[in-house]
Design a protein around this ligand. Structure first.
Ligand code: HMG
Ligand code: MG
Length: 299
């Protein structure tokens, strides 16, 4: 183990958004609210709570306005995903102060996901990010298909860096760099995150791993070694993008917290309370909870 690993890591919980968006059966709004409330009780301080996307495209997020109005508190950074102008106008109707914009490095993926090329999305979003910053919002930029694309294959890291640069120059506070379909291996995680750490010393850098090939924990460890101390994870390991064939769940929050705490890296998250949060949604899911920590410790 290197001496340079951080003493503390921030977990950005994406379960209520990434975790649930791919669920085929609608999870009742009250259940989502309870899930979010219990995640906060477990110690989560930053969380994607929902997305202002088209309910025709992602029916699971049809209750986003209700979630946004009911789930905002003072001590948590609640984040809402917004793909376009309409999403941001919806955000302005709430008191949520953190937006997550999302764009794919790969054009093909971005077309399938947002119905625009990467360049068209950026032309729309760059002035909107400036506006959000002027109004005092926290802006998170999610960079999808940073490693591999389900349609175009391997992504050139120079293209990933270029998109990150555009977001940073536009004023984004955070770059959340994603292995959308869970194809990256630790050497690639280390390589890309080392480049990002070098180029963006003044921007919050976050790693977002899907666990399709069970590489997420290894990729997180490699990103830690590259200097990353912020990770997007999903309670129960739920998740996946409906427009990225082959994408499975995110790195499970409980497995990541278990690993980090055993390495004496603080997360400030209570594992028992995290399991309690998963129990809130579990009866409504169409798939089993596959995380090892849950399987070994659930009651
Ligand atoms: P479109 O059909 O091109 O939109 O969809 P449009 O601008 O042509 O408008 C068509 C209709 O949609 C209109 O309504 C608009 O008002 C409405 P109508 O007049 O027909 O009644 N509309 C909206 N409604 C609600 N909220 C909006 C909105 N915008 C337009 N914001 C659109 C374009 C972006 C809306 C669509 O493609 C969409 O909703 N995509 C969302 C896809 C999505 O949610 N993907 C998952 C999240 S990203 C992800 O998971 C990756 C990540 O985890 C990182 C990683 O792992 O890679 C972040
Ligand atoms: Mg994702």
């Amino acid at each position: 183990m290197t001496d340079s690993l951080p003493a503390e890591v921030t977990i950005i919980e994406v379960g209520p958004r990434d975790g649930l968006q791919n669920e085929k059966e609608f999870v009742p709004t009250d259940v989502k609210k309870e899930f979010i409330a219990r995640l906060k009780k477990a110690g989560i301080t930053e969380m994607e709570i929902t997305s202002f996307v088209s309910p025709k495209w992602v029916p699971q997020m049809q209750d986003a306005d209700d979630i946004a109005f009911s789930c905002l508190t003072e001590h948590t950074r609640e984040i809402i995903l917004v793909p376009n102008t309409k999403g941001i106008l919806r955000l302005y109707q709430t008191s949520c102060k953190a937006a997550a914009v999302f764009v794919g490095v790969s054009n093909s993926f971005n077309q399938k996901n947002i119905n625009k090329t990467t360049e068209q999305s950026m032309s729309e979003l760059v002035p909107l990010i400036a506006e959000l910053k002027e109004k005092g919002y926290f802006v998170r930029a999610c960079i999808s298909t940073a490693f591999y694309c389900p349609y175009e294959g391997k992504i050139d890291f120079q293209d990933t860096l270029k998109l990150c640069r555009q977001f940073a120059e536009a004023g984004a506070d955070e770059l959340s760099v994603a292995d959308t379909i869970g194809m990256a291996v630790p050497s690639e995680s280390y390589q890309l995150f080392s480049m990002l750490v070098k180029e963006f010393p003044n921007t919050l850098l976050t790693a977002h791993f899907h666990d399709t090939r069970k590489m997420a924990l290894a990729n997180i460890y490699a990103a830690l070694q590259a200097g990353i101390s912020r990770f997007d994870t999903s309670a129960g390991g739920l998740g996946g993008c409906p427009f990225a064939p082959g994408a499975s769940g995110n790195a499970a929050t409980e497995d990541v917290v278990y690993m980090l705490e055993r390495m004496n890296i603080q997360t400030n998250i209570d594992l028992n309370k995290l399991l309690h949060a998963i129990e809130a949604v579990k009866p409504y899911l169409t798939r089993p909870i596959e995380s090892m920590y849950y399987q070994l410790h659930s009651y």
